[in-house]
Every structure is written in C-alpha cells, then in structure tokens.
Design a protein around this ligand. Structure first.
Ligand code: ADP
Ligand code: MG
Length: 162
C-alpha cells in the first residue's frame, strides 16, 4: 500500500514537472515532506505544505479558522477547500503581491513588475539562499514568520535585539 502511495506521488511529480507549480500527492507518511525537502534543495523550489500551513494557522492566536481547522485535523477529515486554498494563495502571493502593490503605488522602482520579480526570486534562491545556508550552518541565522502583520513581526524582531 505504501509503495503504491509513493509511486502515485512520484507520478504526480513527473506529470507536473514542466510547470512552475508542482503538486505532490500521496497518503499520510508516503514521504511527501521528505521528497519535497530534497526538491527544494536540488531544484530551488519553494515548498508550501497544505498541512503545515493549516497547523500554522491553527496555532495563530485569534485566527478565525483556528477551531475549525483543529476539529478537522483531530478528526482526520478534510478542511474546507476554500480555507486551504486561501492559505496557499496567501503564502504564494506574500512577497510578489507586496512588490506589485508597491509598484502600483508609485514606488518608481523599475524592478517592481512581474517579469523582474520572477528573475529577482530566482536570484534570491540561487545567490542569496546559499549564503543564508552558510550562516545557518554556523548557527547565526534567526528566522521570523513575515506573513503576519507588521507589529506582530516586530515583536519577534525586538526579542532578537533584547
Ligand atoms: P508525508 O509528508 O507524506 O506524510 P514524511 O515525508 O513526513 O511523509 O515521511 C513520513 C516518515 O517516513 C518520516 O519519518 C520519514 O523520515 C519516513 N520516510 C520518508 N521516506 C521514506 C522512505 N523512502 N523509506 C523509509 N522511510 C521514509
Ligand atoms: Mg508531510
């Protein structure tokens, strides 16, 4: 059974590999997370795990979906697809949408457009990530979830300076 889950997961990967967005499917414990971590490392993708996003959202104080997500996770049932998609969309747009909004608001930056942004994210993954990884291996990197509002983020930033 596990073998068939794994081979199905690999199959979905192969089918979708020519696109920028790859869906990795498979039963619980099929090894999706394990393979995705390797895909991120080797091919420079960003991995958005629906399960991780839901667990993160559940843990947020004041989340309007927290209780509902918690119920579904405990029951092993499926969280309404609109909620999962909203979380995925939010995670995919965070940075790009901010730069596009900044461009639309008249930043005057010639690189706040979708073509430049694609290249800037490639550069980030190829040129900046290795540097982050280098310092991470020395224990010098502190990571902060920047998907929240400015003040929540700054609370965490402040702790690093305290
Ligand atoms: P998923 O994200 O699909 O639920 P994980 O990647 O978290 O699955 O893997 C579930 C468990 O199985 C983890 O403990 C992982 O280390 C282990 N695992 C992953 N791939 C394999 C494999 N090919 N052979 C044996 N164990 C594996
Ligand atoms: Mg997983």
């Amino acid at each position: 059974m596990v073998v068939s889950w794994v081979s199905r997961a690999v199959h979905s990967l192969v089918m979708a590999a020519k696109y920028n967005v790859v869906f990795v499917l498979g039963g619980p414990g099929a090894g999706k997370g394990t393979q995705c971590a390797k895909i991120v490392e080797k091919f420079g993708y960003v991995h958005l795990s629906a399960g991780d996003l839901l667990r993160e959202e559940r843990a947020k104080s004041g989340s309007e979906y927290g209780e509902l997500i918690d119920g579904h996770i405990k029951n092993g049932t499926i969280v309404p697809v609109e909620i999962t998609c909203r979380l995925l969309e939010r995670a995919m747009k965070v940075c790009t949408q901010r730069c596009l909004d900044r461009g639309a608001a008249g930043s005057g930056r010639t690189d706040d457009n979708i073509e430049s942004l694609k290249k800037r994210f490639d550069t980030y993954m190829n040129a900046t990530m290795p540097i982050i990884e280098h310092y991470e291996s020395k224990g010098l990197v502190r990571t902060i979830d920047a998907t929240r509002n400015v003040d929540e983020i700054f609370d965490d930033v402040s702790k690093l300076f305290a």
